[in-house]
Design a protein around this ligand. Structure first.
Ligand code: HEM
Ligand SMILES: [Cu+2]
Length: 534
């Protein structure tokens, strides 16, 4: 027996002790299980879409069925995976540990937000069982308000509900970061992961209500025939797009800022150096959060808005690339002449950087009016946002999983398997999405499943890539699952990283710190001795 208190995993083994827990680490595990489930459901829908696109005639699904499959895929991936995944799993687990706190500011609110998330998820699964929705994840009017024969109101309710979960989590993080930092942890000493979650939380709290209002309006129009978006009743269909993107462009940063925070941690740990230009990297998160609110009009270049409006939105969209560029530049400078460890987390970080740069540069292309008019609503856009969201956010999610797994569960996993997985994901990803840039450039529209035969080769390549990618995403189930029962125990700091989370045992005890630590130095103050305890 050690003198350490029992770990959070050992503090109660009943189902009840999990379902009623207020421990941020257990709630993180509950989220880990739930977002994994939704990732699999959303992934299955993607598989269906890609299988249908193998042939130009679209023989697998009906037209309706195809619309429902890609809508389900989008709704689940965006609202039930990309938005909650990193903040609710890793933010929940790590923020208190990283700032030297015993829990989040409102532990019960934290549990409540998981229940709200699950309720929204349940609604979505009901929608799935009763037949689905055919509007796409953007619910554009007038299709969604007047013509759709899917369950728009039900799915709007699901997204409305899950929005409250986001708002509560955002509030909880903001108050925690303001109030519960350990003595000595000034704003300038906060890990960059925490900074990025602070910026994300601001967007969560300010933007999500706009989405909620929009969803209520759409339900009101469909149920009661109120003229909000329907022109024949005096409404304006473009109003919907403004409201939707006023939330949803900031929301793309909800999906990607936490990932940027993860990468800063992984890069510093891999290079064993302080992050180059710490305050710029921290500040760029805030800059992205602010500018991100002013660019929604780049989704509406072809909607008929005035040329002047488009020009301003184009300019502002280019501006938002500056803080993103700062981060990539500073990571590169951090790695420069670093003594780099080729461990799985770093391989995921490298693929993140590569794919995020491609996604960002094609974003710049889309932000230019003339290019966007040509490729709007084509596969070019599909490729762009998948490079950011799948290549970026999901790579970072897997990087985080491979980096903090030993901390969360106290076990190492076979590193070679992790390396193979990272490499296969990178290859499979590019094979899936790179052909889509070409498809889009050649004029293949998005959301069609019957297409001109000359596009088939590229679609087949893409479907082949997605099969490999899907397989690679499943690999961690095998070796991470295996590690839980059969691997070596992890030491407190298996990667030799800096940060308060590595000073507590793996897995951490229920209340994190026996004594609240006092912080005396700047973050990332390497080198730390690398204990080789894998
Ligand atoms: C950094 C994270 C980013 C994410 C997560 C992201 C995500 C997305 C998403 C989801 C869409 C598709 C919207 C739809 O369904 O039509 C999209 C489209 C677009 N993105 Fe990005 N994006 C990012 C960065 C950028 C950047 C840096 C720019 C420009 C500087 C940009 C410019 C655009 C434009 C102009 C479109 C609209 C294309 C169209 O529909 O014609 N994006 N992005
Ligand atoms: Cu946008």
């Amino acid at each position: 027996m050690t003198e350490n208190p029992p770990s959070y995993l050992d503090a109660g083994h009943t189902i009840r002790s999990w379902l009623l827990t207020t421990d941020h680490k257990r709630i993180a595990v509950l989220y880990l299980i739930s977002v994994t489930f939704f990732f699999l459901v959303g992934g299955a829908a993607a598989g269906l879409v890609r299988a249908d696109l193998l042939t130009p005639e679209g023989d697998l699904l009906t037209n309706e069925g195809y619309n429902r499959a890609f809508t389900l895929h989008g709704v689940i991936m965006v609202w039930f995976f990309l938005i909650p995944s990193i903040p609710n799993v890793f933010g929940n687990f790590l923020i208190p540990l990283m700032i030297g706190a015993r829990d989040l500011a409102f532990p019960r609110l934290n549990l409540l937000s998981w229940y709200i998330y699950m309720l929204g998820g349940l609604f979505t699964l009901i929608v799935l069982l009763v037949g689905g929705v055919d509007t796409g994840w953007t619910f554009y009017t007038p299709l969604s308000s007047m013509f759709s024969n899917g369950h728009v109101v039900l799915v709007a309710a699901a997204v409305f509900i899950v929005g409250f979960s986001s708002i509560l989590t955002g509030l909880n993080f903001i108050v925690t970061i303001h109030k519960l930092r350990a003595p000595g942890m000034g704003w300038g000493r906060m890990p960059l992961f925490v900074w990025s979650h602070y910026a994300t939380s601001i967007i969560l709290v300010l933007a999500t209500p706009v989405l909620s209002i929009t969803l209520v309006l759409i339900a009101a129009e469909r149920l009661f025939g109120l003229g909000i978006f329907d022109p024949s009743l005096g409404g304006d269909p473009l109003l919907f797009q403004h409201l939707f993107w006023f939330y949803s462009h900031p929301a793309v940063y909800i999906m990607v800022l936490p990932a940027l925070g993860v990468i800063s941690e992984l890069v510093a740990a891999a290079a064993r150096k302080p992050v180059f230009g710490y305050s710029f990297v921290a500040g760029s998160s805030i800059a992205i959060a602010i500018i991100g609110f002013f660019v929604w009009g780049h989704h509406m270049f072809v909607s008929g808005q005035s040329m002047y409006a488009s020009a301003v939105f184009s300019f502002l969209s280019l501006a938002v690339a500056v803080p993103s560029g700062i981060k990539v530049y500073n990571w590169t400078a951090t790695l420069y002449k670093g003594n780099i460890l080729l461990d799985p987390p770093f391989l995921f970080a490298m693929s993140f950087i590569g794919l995020f740069v491609v996604g960002g540069l094609t974003g710049l292309a889309l932000a230019m009016l003339s290019i966007d008019v040509h490729v709007h609503d084509t596969y070019f856009v599909v490729a762009h946002f998948h490079y950011i969201m799948v290549g970026g956010t999901i790579s970072a999610y897997f990087g985080a999983l491979h980096f903090w797994w030993p901390k969360m569960f106290g076990r190492m996993y076979p590193l070679t398997w992790g390396r193979i997985t990272a490499a296969t994901i990178f290859f499979g990803f590019n094979l899936t999405f790179f052909p889509q840039f070409i498809l889009g450039f050649l004029g293949m529209p998005r959301r069609y499943h019957v297409y001109a035969p000359e596009f088939q080769t590229l679609h087949v390549l893409s479907s082949a890539g997605s099969t490999l990618l899907g397989f690679a995403y499943l690999l961690p189930f095998v070796y991470l699952g295996y590690s839980l029962v059969a691997s070596k125990r992890a030491s407190a700091n298996p990667w030799g990283a800096t940060g308060l989370e590595w000073t507590v045992p793996s897995p951490p005890p229920k209340h994190n710190f026996v004594e609240i630590p006092t912080v005396t130095g700047r973050p990332y103050d390497y080198p730390v001795d690398k204990e080789d305890s894998r």
